[in-house]
Design a protein around this ligand. Sequence first.
Ligand SMILES: [Fe+2]
Length: 361
Amino acid sequence: MAAETIILVDDNIATLKAGKAALQEKYSVITVPGAEKLFEALKQTTPQLILLDVDMPDTDGYETIRRLKSSVKTEQIPVIFLTGKSDPASELEGLRLGAVDYIAKPFLPELLNKRVEIHLTLEFQRRQILEQNKKMRSFNATLQEKVEEKTKDIRSLQTAILQTMADLVERRDVDTGGHIVRTQRYLRILLSAIVAEASYVEFADMGWDIDLLVRSSQLHDVGKIAVSDLVLKKTGKLTDEEFTEMRKHSLQGKEIIEHMMEISTDKDFLNYAKILAETHHEKWNGSGYPYGLKGKDIPLPGRLLAIVDVYDALVSERPYKKPFTHEEAVKIIVDGKGTHFDPDLIDVFERISGEFAAVSV
Ligand SMILES: [Fe+2]
């Protein structure tokens, strides 16, 4: 390894000679008689250390260190004052200006060597730490990128699985083609409106995540997987018994999602899905199923999904009914204000229902 370079700056030739003699055995020592020669030398070389006199004609040591510290190229070079000004005020001023040490002249060669060695070791360690920090930052950035990439992969896999599950339900239930996709769109419209309006307070208090909620709504009818084909595919009106069978899909959905929760770590997403599956057929006046919950005991997502689920059922064609027009569907839903649906949410729905008419799949 090449010897470290030290520049010794002093207007006193005897000091330059003594300093060089003391240090040259271990280091490559450049001696200069003043600040201007120092800055000239710095154009050619970057030393590991500068030993600087204070009292010099033209530019003194304090001004010199100010210039060194104000340049990006030289600010990191450690400076030790080597001076006859040994009073505490001068020493303090030198350290305040950024010197790493202050050695009084005349100096003992051994002592000068030891102090220089200590500061070069410190400087070496400081550079090593900086280098390690730089490597660590770069490692962390790469790690972060990989985590983001993996998260994206998992998210897209999750979306694909959900879409497949939702698709399976829809394919069995011949009546409801496109229902799940449209429901998500209606739900996003209604959610965006309540975020913008007063009802947001309730929404915000719960810390709901709109994107997650909309995506998880795909599973709201997943319980239909467990409903018999005879009931699910029946084109005529359902008997009371068949209705009872059909109604089971809320709790069946909840159980399927709970089972998924046991084997998955994405609890937030599945928790939304569970709430939606479980409560989208509850009614404001307590006459819904499966629990007969009333008013705000029905979780907000369930109250919202109830509106968009019914809207889509009304405007869709079924083997046993023609589709209602948008206006008719809105009227039926508004008539259910306070009985089937949350009255505050219906006020919002009424204001923005025009946006529902534009949704088609
Ligand atoms: Fe349902």
